[in-house]
Design a protein around this ligand. Structure first.
Ligand code: AMP
Ligand code: ZN
Length: 493
């Protein structure tokens, strides 16, 4: 029997069985980077956890609509632009570009939407107006607008705050503050000299939004007033997500997200890896040392996402031998399979059925990647033992290879990096994502959607065919200035 997908929900503090609001579709909001610097490995631990969440949902047959915001206006981005002597847009653009390159290096699937805060100021203003109308927000003497936490009795539910000693009316203007500083927080900050030339007009005068309202406005704009899953690192629980819930739910009267997932930190020398502590490694630094994106991805997913993970170079070196074992095993299976390929439905040999069930259980048990790696190495151990004795048939080897491909739709660690740039379209995360969406659409008998994705792939230069073994992808050859509609005819020319 197929394992049920359970996810640990910070809201309920337990593993909840996952069911989306709308059958077959999962709406997912993942808090994105503040683009004032290149992201570091700690940030990527969060984005890889979210990628594995997304991939697991797709593995389970759901279509995922993921939104990841880009925080391109806040205290830190403004400070950085002023120090660099360039416009806020020019300053943040370079880090947005770097971020998207890094996502590719780490095989993180692209989200459907990457809204930038600066492109959604009217949505934020409208939300603040709604909060003022409903008496959940007020304009202070300096023309900044604050959320009145006393007006919202559920405040503190996510972070489990004890508000009994709270002084009503105390205010905090900064985006980041600690639990012992719970107070009315800024939704709109009136312009001051620290903001340089960054300001927008609003009903309360010139100013800019607070960080928390940015996410509330953007998640509801793209996913609706109530959606399925909202995620971030544990440092986002308070104040960011607590404030997001308060603003959104006070404005709509509806729950914002049904499942809240948070990953534990990547630490180094006993402390959280963070820009402010200066104890961070960027992905680029590590790649410049000769490590591959695949190795870093493997390491960052090697512990369960709710366990603190300690970064060391020894651990990164150890990943090499783990990946070598995987590569060698797959090559050995390929030799035994001798060119045979089989479909997903082909029965697995007995020795792999057991680990197949373990993998499914692990990944569906709150995304337990550590146990999923365990199932992978158990398969390798057993498979090697049997191959040593010549006891694996070509068909069995092919079936295990197919199973590994299926697992790799979640893990994305099995193909060596050099292959990632070949013409095999499935190695391109965008194309692979479209193929998976199309497969999910076909499984759900949504042929209109599957045809739409087929046309989209064709526009991107790929032809997809449905064969008994599944979808088959071919490069559409470019004839004159347009894609030919049939790769095989073009090949024959
Ligand atoms: P920021 O750019 O600081 O807003 O952070 C972006 C994301 O990275 C957020 O979800 C943070 O919770 C997460 N994050 C930051 N540092 C770490 C860390 N050391 N380990 C895991 N996640 C982190
Ligand atoms: Zn956010």
């Amino acid at each position: 029997m197929r394992a049920m997908l359970n996810l640990y929900n910070t809201l309920t503090r337990r593993r909840d069985a996952f069911e989306p609001l709308e059958p077959g579709i999962v709406k997912l909001y993942t808090c994105g980077p503040t683009v004032y610097n290149v992201a570091h490995l700690g940030n990527f631990r969060a984005y890889i956890f979210e990628d594995i969440l997304r991939r697991t949902l797709e593995y389970r047959g759901y279509r995922v609509v993921q939104v990841m915001n880009l925080t391109d206006v806040d205290d830190k981005t403004i400070r950085g632009a002023i120090a660099a002597g360039i416009s806020l847009d020019a300053f943040t653009q370079q880090f947005k570009d770097a971020f998207f390159e890094d996502l590719k290096t780490l095989r993180i699937k692209p989200a459907e939407h990457y809204p930038a805060a600066t492109a959604h100021i009217p949505d934020m203003i409208a939300l603040i107006e709604r909060l003022i109308e409903r008496n959940h927000a007020y304009v202070a003497d300096d023309d900044s607008v604050y959320f009145n936490i006393a007006s919202y009795p559920a405040y503190g539910r996510l972070a489990r705050l004890d508000l009994s000693s709270l002084q009503p009316g105390t205010r905090v203007a900064h985006d980041e503050y600690a639990k012992d500083n719970v107070a009315d927080f800024a939704l709109w900050k009136a312009w001051d000299a620290d903001d340089g030339d960054v300001a927008w007009d609003s009903p309360w005068g010139r100013g800019r939004p607070g960080w928390h309202i940015e996410c509330s406005a953007m998640c509801m704009r793209y996913l609706g007033e109530t959606f399925d899953i909202h995620t971030g690192g544990i440092d986002n629980i308070f104040p960011h997500h607590e404030d997001e819930i308060a603003q959104s739910e006070a404005a709509t009267g509806k729950p914002l997200a049904r499942y809240w997932l948070h990953c534990a930190h990547l630490i180094i020398d006993g402390q959280k890896m963070s820009k402010s502590l200066g104890n961070f490694h960027t992905l680029r630094d590590i790649v410049a040392m000769g490590f591959r994106g695949r190795e870093i991805r493997y390491l960052l997913a090697s512990a369960h996402y709710r366990q603190t993970l300690n970064f060391t170079f020894d651990a990164l070196h150890a990943v090499r031998s783990a990946l070598d074992r995987i590569d060698t095993f797959r090559q050995r299976l390929q030799q035994v399979a001798g060119g045979i390929t089989v479909s997903q439905e082909t029965a697995l040999p007995d020795w792999a059925q057991n680990t197949a069930a373990k993998f499914d259980q692990a990944i569906c048990d709150d995304l337990n990647t550590a146990a999923a790696y365990g199932a992978l190495f158990e398969t390798i151990h057993e498979g090697n033992r049997l191959m040593d004795g010549g006891r694996v048939s070509d068909r069995d080897a092919a079936a295990v290879l197919t199973m590994f491909d299926r697992w790799d739709r979640v893990l994305a660690i099995m193909t060596p990096d050099a292959d990632a740039t070949t013409v095999n379209g499935a190695e391109d995360p965008v194309i692979a994502g479209l193929l998976e969406q199309r497969q999910a659409a076909r499984q759900g008998k949504n042929f209109k959607e599957s045809d739409r994705i087929r046309d989209l792939l064709r526009d991107k230069g790929w032809i997809v065919r449905d064969t008994p073994a599944g979808q088959e992808l071919k490069r559409a050859h470019i004839t004159s200035d347009r894609h030919s509609l049939d790769g095989s005819i073009a090949c024959a020319q």
